[in-house]
Design a protein around this ligand. Structure first.
Ligand code: SMG
Ligand code: MG
Length: 369
C-alpha cells in the first residue's frame, strides 16, 4: 500500500515485421499508449491495447491518452494510499473505456507486486511455468502466400494456427490450409465481419474440423451469436463481445459461445481478466489468452494470465519475433516445442529497455498531482 506519485504516458511506435490485415483494417506499425506509474515504493508498467483507429472497438489511442490523463490518473493520484483491492472503486467514476483502464490498473498492480517482490503469475495463482503458443495470421493477399506463412509458423513450432477471415476470403482459404494440413489445430477469427444472414458460410466452415469460429457477428449481438451457435457444430468463441466478467456470464447463460478469448487489455486489466477466467471456469467454459500485437510489456501480462488453470487452449501469445524486428523489452522467445516460459520476476518481471523506449517514444507526458 503506497501512494501514487506520478503517471507518465508514452506514445510508442514500433515497426511490425509484416503488415497485419484483419476484416476491419491493416496495421503496418504498432502504435500504442504505454503507462509508467511511480508509487512511493516502486515503478510499474502497463500497455493500452487500443490502436490508432477505433476499428476493433470504440477505443483508440488519442482517446485513451485523454481518458488516462484527465480522468483515470487524477483518480489514482488523489487517493491516499490505495491498495490493489481499492482500484476498481477508485476508477469507477469512468464508465467503459476498459482498454484505457487496463493500462492504468496493470501498471498499478505491477508496481504493487514489485514492491512486495511477488510475481504477477504467483499473485494470480497461476501454477504453470510454460504456456502453449498459437499464432494468428492476418488476411494474406493470396492463398499461396497464406500457405507459405502457415508452413513457416508450423516449422517454428506454433501449436495452433488461427486465420483471419472476412466475407469472400473465408471458405476457400480454410479449405486450402486444411487440405495441406489435415491434422493441425486450426481456427478462424472474423472480427465481427458477418451477420446471421451468412449462415451458409458458417455451415461450410463447419466441415473443416475447426477448433472454433471466433467473433463471427457484431460485438453487441449476444442473442444472434446464440442463434448461430445452435445452428452449427463448431464452437463459437467470443472476443470483442466480452468486456467484463458480467458479459462472460451473460454470454454463457444465453449460449452465445462455448469458448471465451480473454484479453486482459480488452476487459479493463488483469483484475477483471481474472474474474472472467473464474466465471468461465466455474461454468466449465474453456478460455484462452488472446493478443493485441502487444509489446513485451503487454506480453508479460498476458503470459502470467495464460498460466492460470482455466486457460486450456493455446493462446495468441506468440514470440516477439513474430511481431517486431526489435521489441520494446528483451525479446520473448518460443521454444521449438511451441511453448514459452512465464516471467517469474517481481511484478510482470520485465521492463522496457531504456534505449528502445527512447527510440520508439513519439511523445510523452508526465502527470503529477
Ligand atoms: O497479438 O498475436 C496477436 C494478435 C492476435 O489476432 C489477434 N488479435 O481479434 O483476436 C483478435 C486480433 C485483434 C488485434 S488486431 C490488431
Ligand atoms: Mg479476435
Amino acid at each position: 500500500m503506497s501512494a501514487v506519485r506520478a503517471i507518465e504516458l508514452h506514445m510508442i511506435g514500433l515497426p511490425l515485421v509484416r503488415p497485419f490485415r484483419t476484416s476491419f483494417g491493416t496495421s503496418t506499425e504498432k502504435i500504442c499508449v504505454l503507462v509508467r506509474l511511480d508509487t512511493d515504493d516502486a515503478e510499474g508498467w502497463g500497455e493500452c491495447v487500443a490502436e490508432v483507429e477505433p476499428g476493433y472497438s470504440e477505443e483508440f489511442n488519442e482517446g485513451a491518452w485523454l481518458v488516462i490523463r484527465d480522468h483515470l490518473a487524477p483518480a489514482l493520484l488523489g487517493a491516499d494510499a490505495p491498495e490493489i483491492d481499492d482500484i476498481d472503486a477508485l476508477l469507477s467514476r469512468v464508465r467503459g473505456n476498459p482498454m484505457a483502464k487496463a493500462a492504468v490498473v496493470d501498471a498499478f498492480v505491477d508496481a504493487e507486486l514489485r514492491a512486495r517482490g511477488v510475481a504477477l503469475a504467483t499473485w494470480l495463482g497461476a501454477g504453470r511455468e510454460r504456456v502453449v503458443c498459437g499464432v494468428s495470421i492476418g488476411i494474406a493477399d493470396t492463398t499461396d502466400e497464406l500457405l507459405d506463412q502457415v508452413d513457416g509458423y508450423l516449422d517454428e513450432g506454433y501449436q495452433r494456427i488461427k486465420l483471419k477471415v472476412e466475407p469472400g476470403l473465408d471458405v476457400d482459404r480454410v479449405e486450402a490450409v486444411r487440405s495441406a494440413h489435415p491434422d493441425i489445430a486450426l481456427s478462424v477469427d472474423a472480427n465481427a465481419a458477418y451477420s446471421i444472414e451468412d449462415l451458409d458460410v458458417f455451415r461450410a466452415l463447419d466441415e473443416f474440423d475447426l477448433l472454433m469460429i471466433e467473433q463471427p457477428l457484431h460485438h453487441a449481438d449476444l442473442v444472434r451469436h446464440a442463434e448461430l451457435q445452435r445452428a452449427i457444430g463448431t464452437d463459437v468463441c467470443l472476443d470483442e463481445s466480452i468486456r467484463s466478467a458480467a458479459d462472460a456470464a451473460a454470454a454463457i447463460q444465453l449460449g452465445s459461445c462455448r469458448i471465451v478469448n480473454v484479453k486482459q487489455g480488452r476487459v479493463g486489466g488483469i483484475i477483471e481478466a481474472r474474474r472472467v477466467h473464474d466465471v468461465c471456469r466455474a461454468a466449465g467454459v474453456p478460455v484462452w489468452c488472446g493478443g493485441m500485437l502487444e509489446t513485451g510489456v503487454g506480453r508479460a501480462q498476458n503470459l502470467a494470465l495464460a498460466a492460470m488453470p482455466g486457460f486450456t487452449l493455446p493462446g495468441d501469445t506468440s514470440a516477439s519475433g513474430r511481431y517486431f524486428p526489435d521489441d520494446l523489452t528483451e525479446p520473448f522467445m518460443m521454444a521449438a516445442d511451441g511453448t514459452m516460459s512465464v516471467p517469474m520476476g517481481p511484478g510482470i518481471g520485465i521492463v522496457p529497455r531504456q534505449d528502445r523506449l527512447a527510440e520508439t517514444t513519439m511523445r510523452s507526458e508526465l502527470i503529477t498531482s
